[in-house]
Design a protein around this ligand. Structure first.
Ligand code: CP
Ligand code: NVA
Length: 312
């Protein structure tokens, strides 16, 4: 697929892309990573500017966008709610119209999916969802890349997400796996199941791609998993319900005993980070030989560079 076909498109959720299109982003990510490892430098963003809007904190996503834009000769501008009027003194629509006149693209990290949708609708430039309460699409492209670096093509492999099954990362993994034909299980207490509408949509996509999508409260579901994934039990903005989540999710901690239940000696461990050792994962697992979390974090940058290269 010619990457020129993506010019001008936003990435709000992978629901807007076909499996074949997502494959092109993975291939381009591998290419830019190899270029970097060979020590090549390119200047493909000369004259480009990217606005980076952050309502929530970030280490990896912000650093990925800033360094990827800068390395290619472009200019990233970080804008927090302390800096701009977004949604306070000025509507999202008006902010989008203005930013669209000045920047080549916009990244948004924050609370509402409707904000990133409005930015895309009114700015006229590509908009990237750097995490909302609903989705974290740039993260899961890096996750699939990491799986492929370990096992080859992800299609037909089994990924299990253990923990808060309704959060942005679990939901985004379900979408990308359903599109790509990756078998995907969410292992979570029933009260934290992903919403049934999205699950139904993903089951329909899976029927086409060949993926098996399963939601289960039973840890035994990890059997046969190639990769085990977890995320924090309380996401950004959910700090007030942390104690309740710890109570609900303690039986779902990823520890050595859970990793052994896959029955595969080469199962890898993934986590989007930041992680809380002793809660969703033990230090023994995240710092142990099966963990691929640092490759996964590095891959955020290569995949984000690829997304911008294709669309900007
Ligand atoms: N995984 C991730 O999005 O990390 P940051 O919150 O540090 O950006
Ligand atoms: N689910 C987490 C992901 C952080 C990258 C959160 O939203 O806080």
């Amino acid at each position: 697929m010619d990457i020129k076909a993506f010019k001008g498109r936003s990435l709000l959720t992978w629901l807007d892309y076909t499996g074949e299109e997502i494959r092109s982003f993975l291939d381009l990510s591998k290419q830019v990573k190899e270029e970097k490892k060979r020590g090549e430098t390119h200047q493909r963003f000369v004259g480009k500017t990217v606005a980076l809007l952050f309502e929530k904190h970030s280490t990896r996503t912000r650093s990925s966008f800033e360094t990827a834009v800068g390395e290619e000769g472009g200019y990233p501008v970080f804008l927090s709610p302390a800096d701009i009027h977004l949604g306070e003194k000025e509507s999202i629509e008006d902010t989008a119209r203005v930013l669209g006149r000045m920047y080549s693209a916009i990244q948004f990290r924050g609370f509402k999916q409707s904000t990133v949708e409005a930015l895309a609708k009114y700015s006229g430039v590509p908009v990237y969802n750097g995490l909302t309460d609903d989705f974290h699409p740039t993260q899961v492209l890096a996750d699939i890349l990491t799986i492929e670096e370990n096992f080859g093509p992800a299609k037909g492999k089994k990924l299990c997400f253990v923990g808060d099954g309704r959060n942005n990362v679990a939901r985004s993994l379900m979408v990308i796996c359903a599109k790509l034909g990756v078998h995907f299980s969410i292992i979570t207490p029933p009260s934290l199941n992903p919403d049934p509408v999205l699950t139904g949509t993903c089951e329909s996509l899976a029927a086409v791609s060949g993926a098996k999508i399963r939601i289960s409260a039973d840890i035994a579901e990890v059997e046969g998993a190639d990769a085990i994934y977890t995320d924090v039990w309380a996401s950004m903005g959910e700090e007030a319900i942390k104690a309740e989540r710890v109570r609900l999710l303690s039986p779902y901690q990823v520890n050595k005993s859970l990793m052994n239940k896959t029955g595969h000696s080469d199962t890898i461990f993934l986590h989007c980070l930041p992680a809380i050792r002793g809660e969703e994962v033990t230090a023994e697992v995240i710092d142990g030989p099966k963990s691929r979390v640092w490759d996964e974090a590095e891959n955020r940058k290569h995949t984000i560079k690829a997304i911008m290269l294709a669309t900007m």
